[in-house]
Design a protein around this ligand. Sequence first.
Ligand SMILES: NC(=O)c1ccc[n+]([C@@H]2O[C@H](COP(=O)([O-])OP(=O)(O)OC[C@H]3O[C@@H](n4cnc5c(N)ncnc54)[C@H](OP(=O)(O)O)[C@@H]3O)[C@@H](O)[C@H]2O)c1
Length: 369
Amino acid sequence: MRLMMAIATLALCLAGAARSAAAQPPATTRQMVLERNEAGRYAWKLVRVAVPAVGDHEVLVHMRAVSLQRGDIEIVDALSAASATGRDHTGQIVCSDGAGDVVAIGKLVRGVRVGSRVTSLYFSDYLDEPLSAEKQAKGHGYTVNGVLGDYVVLEDTGIAPMVAGLTFEEAATLPTAALTAWMATAGGGLVRRDDVALIQGTGGISTFALQFSAASGARVIVTSSSDEKLRRARALGARDGINYKDTPAWSDRVMALTGGRGADLVVDIGGKATLGQSMKSLAYGGTISLVGGLSGYGADVAADDLIHKAARAQGIYAGSRADYLRMSAFIKKHRIHPAIERTYPLDRYEEALKDLAAGNFVGKLVIRL
Ligand SMILES: NC(=O)c1ccc[n+]([C@@H]2O[C@H](COP(=O)([O-])OP(=O)(O)OC[C@H]3O[C@@H](n4cnc5c(N)ncnc54)[C@H](OP(=O)(O)O)[C@@H]3O)[C@@H](O)[C@H]2O)c1
């Protein structure tokens, strides 16, 4: 009996030692940062640096997974374009969407403890409404340090608890892509049961918009460049698919599929090239969620289409931490699992970036750390 108790005590001690060992960060960490060449063009560079110390309101997160998004490429382009006149972003950590566990906290941090599983948020201090320029000022991986590194420091307002039941890889897809899709659909009160929701594309935001709309009881129509991706979209809950390459005037098809009614919600990610068809696809009283500008943002908007249909266009720019928590509850309630096409170890990041640019995926691409 004594022997068994001694063995049990030893096992507990070893488990405790393993836990505290796991909580001890190493002296150095890998981080992916921006580097600028002589022409002023930024690119990603993998570096090894000292693990940063936490400030009073900061936490040190051991990142386990970081998801990629189109914005990660667009940010490099935007910062490079402004390189001659803007501030120098050399050394800034890239990417905004990661999941990991907290290994150290600042002395004034409340509500998070060492060992908490968290995700980053896109904005580092946008807690709740009302939105203001100040709350949008700090975007992870854009205007302030992002999350792609084994150990990164984040403000305590720039993280949220991980949704229970998701893996680190799944949770890492939520901060920007899912939250933007949430605000463009159910979270923005823009889709209800029996509505028709028209979702463009099968990338990160689009796939979450599909899942949130379907879980809300809407009939979902997806447009894509690929029949195979449309098949995958149907498996995720879409009722109909339209290949926008084969059917450039896809609004006609939307009208035919809905008996002339059109879509109550259109999630537009194309911008300039798609807004005209999006307007024509709208039902009376419908809403267009303006989310992306894959083909550019400067579109001519047919105001008369909106006016005649008493419809509205709603701009979407990620969301607040409070929105994120509401989305997390919805994901848990509806047991939604993010669609992940592929994961990559950090040292294969160039391959991941190529795939991101090529668009040869449905849902998300994720880097494992
Ligand atoms: N407003 C915000 O808060 C916010 C936040 C993050 C990103 N964004 C923007 O949203 C856009 C999408 O980002 P993402 O990360 O979801 O991109 P992503 O994962 O790379 O997916 C892009 C998808 O767009 C589809 N697509 C491209 N051209 C299209 C067209 N003409 N019609 C319909 N679909 C088209 C493609 O779908 P198929 O392969 O199926 O054809 C592609 O898979 C980007 O412009 C990004 O900057 C906005």
